[in-house]
Design a protein. Sequence first.
Lengths: 101, 655, 166
Amino acid sequence: MTLSHYLAVSTALFLIGLFGALTRRNILGILMGIELMFNAANINLAAFNRFLHPSGFVGSAVAVFIIAVAAAEIVVGLALVVAIYRAQGTLYTEDIHLLKG
Amino acid sequence: MTLFENVHWIALLPLIASFVILFLGRDDSDKSLLPYVGITAMGVCLIHSLLILKGFLFGGFKPYYRTLPWFSFGDFEMSLGVLIDGTASFMLVVVTLVSFLVQVYSLAYMHGDPRFKRYYAYLSFFSASMLGLVITSNLFVFFACWELVGVSSYLLIGFWFEKDGPAYASKKAFITTKLGDLGFYLGLMVLFACAGTLDLNMLAARAQMGPEYLPQQTAALAGILFLVGAAGKSAQVPLFIWLPDAMEGPTPVSALIHAATMVAAGVYLVARTYFLYAASPLAMDAVAWTGLATAVLAAGMAVVAYDIKRVLAFSTVSQLGYMMLALGAGGYTAGLFHLTTHAFFKALLFLAAGSVIHAVHTNDMRQMGALSKQMPSTFITMTIAALAISGFPFFAGWYSKEAILHAVWLRSPLMWTIGVLTAALTSFYMFRLIFLTFLGSSRDAHCCEHAHESPAVMTGPLWLLAVLSVSSGWLLEHNGLFASVVHFGAEAAAHHSEGGLHAAPAWLPWAALAAFVSGLAAAWRLYAREDLSLAAGIKERLTPLFAMLENRYGFDRFFLMLVSASDRLASALAWFDDQVLDALFIDGWAVITRAVSELQGLFDDLFVDGAVDGVGIVTRNAGWGLSRLVRGQVQEYMLYAALAVSLFATFLMTR
Amino acid sequence: MMEAAFYSLTAITLLSALGVVLARNTLHAALLLGLCLAGVGGLFATLGADFLFGGQILIYVGGIAVLMTFVVMLAGRASELHLRQVNDQWLAALLICGVTFMGMQKIIDSFSNTRAPATTTATTAGVGRILLDEFAVPFEIISVILVAALVGAVVFSRPRAKRDRS
């Protein structure tokens, strides 16, 4: 196994997540896509740590931070989703356009 | 020396008086005290001048020179200053005295004139200008005063401007003298270009340092150009034509301006810049010959004139020519001596003539005659003046003319001969005037029977001037008093004391006397009798000569031709200007400019405004278009961001 | 052995990720997300990152995916099941992703010879040490962030009317 394999996997996962974030009509889908991208980043960190600095722990430590931030994000995001759903009665982004210019 | 420190007030006082008279009081009030303002101012100036002259004559005054900076540009500094030497002191007395007397005389002469007050304002203004001209140390200021004098002369000649004659004469005088002023001005520029200063003292000092500081050619050029100016102002050949016409003005004005003072300004100019002529024999010769020609030609014209004032005018021209001749011949002292004495008796002649005219209301001598009984004072004083001007022994004119002829003899016997001839003519026409006016028979009863002696305010000045005409020559010649004060450098004084060395033949004075006697006798023979047939007969036989003299040698016609030619040239040029230059360049330019402007306007509308509007439109449309993009769809925003990031990242990776 | 583990985990991860992105039923997507996250955890395991593996399973699979499932079940409706879940810009997004992937290809290829050392060390102790030593300050900050997120979540998810009354 080479580093390339892991990078390829993480890239693919990231792009799948990006695709989801860009195309899902449902806010929950967007959140899930974002989660996928976080995970792709974490795979990268762990892979670099393993292949380039096998004796170090910084990659893992930073990945822990990311997991924490992702958890915070998802908590707030889901709270917002609930609030939006309560206020607008929908989760479809076409119907949510408060930022329309 | 408070006399000198306050000398500028001599010029300023009449100026102030002039403005006071002009701006205060009403124009038509006869009882106005305003003329006395002018007379008082002039009297003060007269006393001041007399004190200065006394200082020069008896107090051993040295020439006084003081300047204060006026303005400067670059290295050049123009100063405002006074320069009082013997010449100037005499000139001051002459001007103030004649002005004073004329103003007194005018009280009666101009009485009842609707513009009485303005007349006095003009007189004072003239005096101020003339006195400024006399005292200034700077040729530039000299020139300014010179022009002011010209303006006052114009105003006073044309004082009765509602009549055609004075209006025309004032124009003629102004324009003709202006022709001379051009020469003066050019001379100023030549001098300035060469010496870088117009201060008389500095120029004289420079001239004294030698030809390397004032090249002879420059001196000659400037001198001759100044002579042209002097010829205009002092009515020398060929610019004398204005002076006879200037007699259209009030007679006291003629006495003041056109006999004693202003016309002497030209002579004074030559005297003031005498160092130029001393440095250049050529310019000296030009002065001498101009003077000589003027003297004899004007005398010839005086012989045939019938207008009493014109006779005197031609006489003035002739005598001014005499002064010029003297200056040109090296007789600086003699010329200025004659200027002084001439001022007295010529002013007297004019004032007496004014008195006559006042009495008979005509200028034509053919209508006068036998006035001696009605106007004894006038007759006696005028005869005295005639004797003085003709050179009757021991009268003023005798001394001054003697001095001139003496100087001229030393210069050239030919000039002397013509000078003596002129003296004979002078004597002839003066006594012709006296005899025609006062003796013989009364030719026009209507005119003469009401004639009466003028009031004392008019005869008073006459008598005073008569006394001066008789005595001034002896008083000033006596002990060489005049020469001790008025001389050019050391030369003239030396010349005077060495008189014995260059002594002219002893018969010289006798020749002058003979000229006087012959002129007197001829006048007696022809004009003193009841019938003038002999004179008429002579006139008959010499018709062409008389015609030439009466036509003033064609100078008038020549200048008229010149004027009309220049008029035609001017109209041609005006036509050219109007039709060609204007049409082609001005109007054409306007058309082009308009076309260009319209093009520019179009360009402005289309492109500049279009650009401005375009920016607005583009911005608005872009804003509209961009606002379409912003649909509030968060995923669209993300798409744009992702697009940018992906492009950027891809670019970085694949580079 | 390692290859088999890697490839099978990769297959699980990517396929379930595609399912997350493409599934019409949001609940299915949420469930597949849990599977995908678990696959990622497996990949962590193949990389020898034992602490991350544990954290991944606990936090993501046990926390986030479950939370997501709850919310989906809370907010979803049966009527939406037949709705299209992909919007109009899917083609553009696909292009972007494809281009980006091709761009990344080069970097991926540059590490094709980088191999892992045979031995692995347990990371948990090291990570714990480093978090309380070098990364002490970020660690504290992240705890503050988590608290803030908690409070924020509580505030946002409280019913509006009740909040207004208070």
